[in-house]
Every structure is written in C-alpha cells, then in structure tokens.
Design a protein around this ligand. Structure first.
Ligand SMILES: NC(=O)c1ccc[n+]([C@@H]2O[C@H](COP(=O)([O-])OP(=O)(O)OC[C@H]3O[C@@H](n4cnc5c(N)ncnc54)[C@H](O)[C@@H]3O)[C@@H](O)[C@H]2O)c1
Length: 135
C-alpha cells in the first residue's frame, strides 16, 4: 500500500539522518535551527532528527493539520511549532519575532518549504524554445 511505502521511506530517511546527526551531535546540541515546511515530509524528518540531536527547533509551516502528534512532541521539548506561510511577509515577521523572543538567535536555517517540480531545470518551456536552442 502507498501508506506503507511512505512509512518505510520515512523510516529510511530517519535512519540516514540519524547517522549524520550522530556525527554532528556536538555541533548541533543547543543550536537554534529554523526549518520551513516543518510539519510534514522532509521538513518533519529533519526536525525530528534535530530534536534527537538536542537542537532547539523552530518548525514553521502554513498548516499543521494532521501533524498534531509531531507538534506536541516539539512543544514538549521546549521548541516551537509555528503556523506561517513563508510567502506572507507579515506572517514571516511574526514568526521571526517569536523565534527571537524565545531563543534570542537563529543559528541555522533549513529553507525546505516548497513544492516538488516535475519540470527538469534545463527543459525547454515551449515548443518554440525547443526549435531555437540558445547553444
Ligand atoms: N521529496 C522529494 O523527493 C524531493 C525531491 C527534491 C526536492 N524536494 C524539495 O524538498 C522540499 C520538501 O519536499 P517534501 O517532499 O517533504 O514536500 P511535502 O509536500 O511533503 O512537505 C512540504 C511542507 O512544506 C509546507 N509548505 C509548502 N509551502 C509552504 C509555504 N508557502 N509556507 C510554509 N510552509 C509551506 C507544506 O505544508 C508541507 O508541510 C520541497 O521544497 C521540495 O521541492 C523534495
């Protein structure tokens, strides 16, 4: 089933990240790390690994629907789960103020929020462009 496959992928991602995090534990412990798109997907995997490494996490997402368990894990570990759309300047400023108010600084930004694009970076966008390559 698709859900099982996603679960296995998430588990594998966590194992890989844990091995990296283990090697970087001294660097990460106590650091303030902001992860955008932190409620689900890769952002959630990064955030969970960072918490295991002892980092202070500020996870931002435009929606926490369906991620209540992770949200409450974050809050139990003296970290922040914030609702903010990163394309909304006012929401981003408010989130920044909350992070600075709680932690006083930001050490690392993982700028992860986004959508997976199926368009190859160098693909011609139109038939016309395909007929007249620039090189
Ligand atoms: N999963 C992949 O195979 C893959 C491959 C290449 C690149 N990426 C990139 O990695 C990032 C995460 O991918 P994923 O697969 O975990 O995606 P995902 O859709 O599972 O998670 C993305 C998260 O970002 C949040 N988000 C999206 N737009 C936002 C916004 N404007 N403000 C705040 N939060 C926002 C979503 O709510 C969601 O929680 C994306 O930028 C994606 O382009 C992913």
């Amino acid at each position: 089933m698709a859900g099982d496959e996603a679960g296995r992928r998430r588990q594998r991602q966590s194992e890989i990240l844990d091995s990296v995090v283990e090697k970087s534990r001294e660097l990460l412990a106590g650091r303030v790390v902001v992860v955008t798109g932190g409620a689900r997907g890769l952002g959630q995997t990064f955030g969970a690994a960072l918490l295991r490494a002892g980092a202070k996490l500020a996870a931002l997402d435009r929606s926490w629907a369906g991620s209540d368990g992770f949200r409450s894990d974050i809050e139990k570990q003296d970290s922040l789960a914030l609702e903010a759309d990163i394309t909304d300047d006012a929401a981003l400023d408010a989130a920044y103020s909350e992070v600075i108010g709680k932690f006083g600084t930001v050490d690392v930004l993982i700028n992860n929020a986004g959508l997976v694009s199926e368009t190859p970076f160098c693909a011609p966008r139109t038939r016309e462009a395909a007929r007249h390559p620039r090189h």
